[in-house]
Design a protein around this ligand. Structure first.
Ligand SMILES: [Ca+2]
Ligand SMILES: [Ca+2]
Length: 375
């Protein structure tokens, strides 16, 4: 292949990756209500139908669950009830006659009234595993089953309010039975490894406030929210700069910074980390960095492969930032010297790859432009 053709192919590949990345949202969960079929009845509800619980529903709710088999003109008449059914009209004669967004089932809800806020207000709740310092998007399909009091629905993730959907917005002009995809709500996980997602109604009236949801989705995306930015470098070992992992820096919209060390070489881990963000860097008279005097320090529980430091926002966030990231590395087990009892390992020094301090050792710092923070 001619050289310029190769070049063109590379450029095309990069462009392709760029556009694909921008739209990537890898589903980690999709709740379409198709699998929740088995219902265990434990009582009789205020509308005459059976109440109880769904087996393996995969979510929880503070609302009373109605048996989908308990169809009738008013079985979902009592407030703070829900079922998983195929048509809201099957459970309330005043509700719209329409089908699920996906498949044949949806969550059909008669939201709570003002006297029912005790015992929880959660319509739907689920906890899923997430990756730390990763962006997620949450969304769901919504349809009114009665025209009165279109609800305002709020999403909480790990107890934090992440978004409000107002189905009464006249610009939407939603009609009964019209499915609408609620705009994607971005959520950043920070250090969390789990996300507890809660959907609540905050309209809280008896007449109306009746609706259905389907295809709840929560997915991971490579995009970052506005005001966030990232930087990073390799974590290298020894004077020969052998790569063993990475040092990644994430700055959020508040200017808080998260510095994550990750070891990717399976033979190595770290026992201690020392981090200095911004100068002045503690140096010997000869100009070598003194990691033991850095501002941020971490002693591993034995030997670890990942750790994140949280650096609160400060004046640093307005300029170029320099970071010195040191790691005490431990490698493969080796024979112990005579007289030493126990386990012995190869050890080495690691630094975030950058430019050398003036001294003769190979201690380094690396610099990157600060985020442009919103004013
Ligand atoms: Ca469905
Ligand atoms: Ca109602």
């Amino acid at each position: 292949m001619k050289k310029w053709l190769v070049g063109l192919a590379v450029v095309m590949a990069l462009l392709w990756c760029g556009s694909a990345m921008a739209e990537t949202c890898v589903p980690i969960a999709n709740w379409n209500f198709e699998d929740q079929t088995e219902f265990v009845a434990t009582g009789t509800g205020g509308g005459g139908g059976q109440t109880g619980y769904f087996v393996g529903a995969g979510f929880s709710s503070s609302y009373t669950a109605l048996n989908p088999a308990s169809t009738g003109s008013w079985t979902l008449g009592p407030e703070k009830y829900y079922t998983i059914g195929s048509n809201p009209h099957d459970y309330h004669s005043a509700w719209g006659n329409f089908g699920a967004y996906s498949g044949s089932k949806m969550m059909i809800i008669n939201a709570l009234n003002p006297s029912q806020t005790s015992g929880g207000t959660i319509i739907w709740e689920e906890t899923v595993a997430v990756n730390p310092y990763t962006m997620y998007l949450f969304s769901y399909q919504f349809a009114l089953s009665h025209p009165s009091a279109p609800p305002q629905l709020r999403v909480l993730i790990n107890g934090v309010d992440v978004g409000l959907f107002d189905s009464s917005d006249p610009l939407l002009g939603l009609e009964v039975g019209e499915w609408y995809k609620v705009p994607l709500t971005p959520w950043f996980s920070y250090g969390a490894t789990q996300a507890t997602i809660q959907l609540i109604d905050q309209t809280i009236v008896a007449f109306g406030d009746d609706f259905c949801i389907d295809d709840i989705e929560f997915c991971m995306t490579s995009s970052l929210p506005p005001g966030f930015c990232t930087a990073g470098t390799e974590l290298v070992m020894g004077r020969k700069h052998v790569p063993v992992g990475s040092v990644n820096i994430l700055t959020d919209a508040n200017g808080d910074m998260f510095v994550t060390y990750t070891i990717t070489d399976p033979e190595w881990c770290f026992t201690e980390l020392h981090l200095q963000v911004g100068g002045p860097f503690p140096l010997t008279k000869k100009g070598n960095a003194i990691p033991g005097k850095f501002e941020y320090n971490y002693v591993a529980d034995g030997c670890e492969t990942s750790h994140t430091f949280t650096i609160p926002a400060g004046p640093l966030a307005t300029a170029n930032i320099c970071i010195a990231a040191h790691a005490a590395l431990r490698g493969p087990e080796i024979a112990c010297p005579d007289g030493v009892i126990g386990s012995c390992y190869e050890d080495a020094t690691g630094w975030g790859l950058g430019t050398d301090f003036p001294g003769s050792d190979w201690s380094m710092k690396f610099c990157f432009p600060a985020c442009q923070l919103p004013q």
